[in-house]
Design a protein around this ligand. Structure first.
Ligand code: IFM
Length: 452
């Protein structure tokens, strides 16, 4: 049995965060409103009524957070850039103070020996663009490319690689189909143009980044889909779900075409939004790496009602659960990666795990220490599974755990905690948890293995 210490030489260790979840300072230095500012202020939109107004106050405390990362011994930090800080209305002239913040952050990271890995869009669309249709509007893809160029021109002398989008599937489904996230639309299948326009934005931005000599990745939320049984109906439902969750976002990027969505009554034009040449643009610049955000597998059965979606989600039984209630299945990560390699073959670029982690209901003990053994078990299991995937021939280059610090977990507010570092949201005091020390020691031990 291989384990995490067997991960390859040169493997890159990191942590992930996202702007709206950690930065706070939403009204400072010329930042414009984002869809999350507007959505989170609606009564009932966020479980505990919290917003990202202050979050972890990372905007002011980034130096302390970079120091925490330095002590972990990280290779990289994946963070996101808040588009409304750079272009407050999503278009036009750049806001110098917004760019200056990321300048300071990047410089602090480099001084700590940590490579910045920015994500250009992690769900905080400028509200002004949403008022014009958001990702349902084709124009947003062009605005995204323009914004990406502004950021790359400013930070590109110090940032070698970029992630264009974070989890376009989740943004489309939660934001545009179900209304659980910003912008809170409930369009069901009419949300599909939000998938295509995000991918088009990726393609346009990727071309611009490539022209400037940068590497380009995208971070997709991927899940291995398990059929509830071998019955034809369950297998067909699982294939339909796989097409929507996974293939809708990887096939166009890696194969230059959309998957078969006929189970949804949708043709290859995704409801009339795909124009000639779009798929070429999406696939053309190629990817230097595929970012995989993995949390759990999904078990799918045939729908019980004939009308509606062509699948039903089934329980995964007999496995531990995170505080969020998500099933913990480390081997699902190995299965997912081997499945990607089998499906895409040579078209699959090297893989970086850009998110993986779990929420734990952890609180400081009376002596101030935070014991989050379930998180250590989760990370250890998934890293062992990653080592197995590498041994089975998957080219895995790095692992960025979600997340450095407890932060604003979208519709769950501050109630779900994913951090290696506890944050007291009253005082903003940071307390490294047991998992922080565990991760630091693991990174050192894995590197030491190859230094000998
Ligand atoms: O917090 C989120 C992150 O923003 C995107 N991926 C999943 C995480 C946990 O839900």
């Amino acid at each position: 049995m291989l384990n995490r210490l067997d991960l390859p030489a040169g493997f890159r260790w990191g942590v992930s965060t996202a702007a709206y979840q950690v930065e706070g300072a939403v009204d400072e230095d010329g930042r414009g409103p984002s869809i999350w500012d507007v959505f989170a202020s609606r009564p009932g939109a966020v479980r505990d009524g919290s917003t990202g107004r202050v979050a972890c106050d990372h905007y002011h405390r980034y130096a302390e957070d970079v120091e925490l990362m330095r002590e972990l011994g990280l290779d990289g930090y994946r963070f996101s850039i808040a588009w409304p800080r750079i272009q407050p209305t999503g278009r036009g002239t750049a806001n110098p103070a917004g760019l200056a913040f990321y300048d300071r952050l990047v410089d602090a990271l480099l001084a700590a020996g940590i490579t910045p890995l920015p994500t250009l869009f992690h769900w905080d669309l400028p509200q002004a663009l949403e008022d014009g249709g958001g990702w349902l509007a084709r124009d947003t893809a062009y605005r995204f490319a323009e914004y990406s160029e502004i950021v790359a021109d400013r930070l590109g002398d110090r940032v070698p690689a970029w992630i264009t989008l974070n989890e376009p599937f989740v943004h489309m489904v939660y934001g545009y189909a179900l209304g659980i996230h910003a912008p809170g639309r409930t369009l069901m299948l009419d949300a599909l143009p939000a998938a295509h326009h995000q991918l088009l934005g990726h393609g346009l931005a990727a071309a611009a980044l490539r022209e400037r000599g940068h590497e380009v990745m995208i971070a997709n939320n991927l899940t291995p889909v398990w059929s509830a049984s071998d019955s034809e109906a369950d297998l067909a439902a699982a294939a339909a779900y796989d097409a929507l969750h996974n293939r809708l976002f990887t096939d166009p990027l890696l194969l230059g075409r959309y998957p078969d969505l006929s189970a949804y009554g949708v043709g290859e034009d995704l409801g009339d939004c795909v124009r000639p040449g779009d798929l070429k643009l999406i696939a053309a610049p190629g990817l230097d790496g595929l970012g995989v955000n993995y949390y759990n597998p999904t078990r799918i059965a045939a729908p019980t009602e004939p009308a509606g979606l062509p699948f039903a989600e089934a329980e995964i039984e007999g496995v531990p659960r995170t505080a969020f209630g998500w099933p913990v299945v480390p081997d699902g990560l190995r299965g997912l990666l081997v499945g990607l390699r089998d499906r895409y073959g040579d078209a699959l670029p090297p893989i970086t795990i850009t998110e993986n982690g779990c929420s734990v209901a952890d609180e400081p003990a009376p002596d101030g220490t935070v014991h989050d053994q379930p998180r250590i078990n989760y990370l250890a299991g998934h890293l062992d599974a990653l080592a197995e995937a590498a041994a089975q021939g998957v080219d895995v280059r790095g692992y960025y755990t979600w997340s450095l610090i407890d932060n604003f977990e979208w519709a769950e507010g501050l109630s779900q905690k994913f951090g290696l570092v506890h944050v007291d949201f009253e005082t903003q005091r940071r307390t490294p948890k047991a998992s922080y020390g565990w991760y630091r020691d693991l990174i050192a031990a894995q590197r030491a293995r190859y230094a000998q």
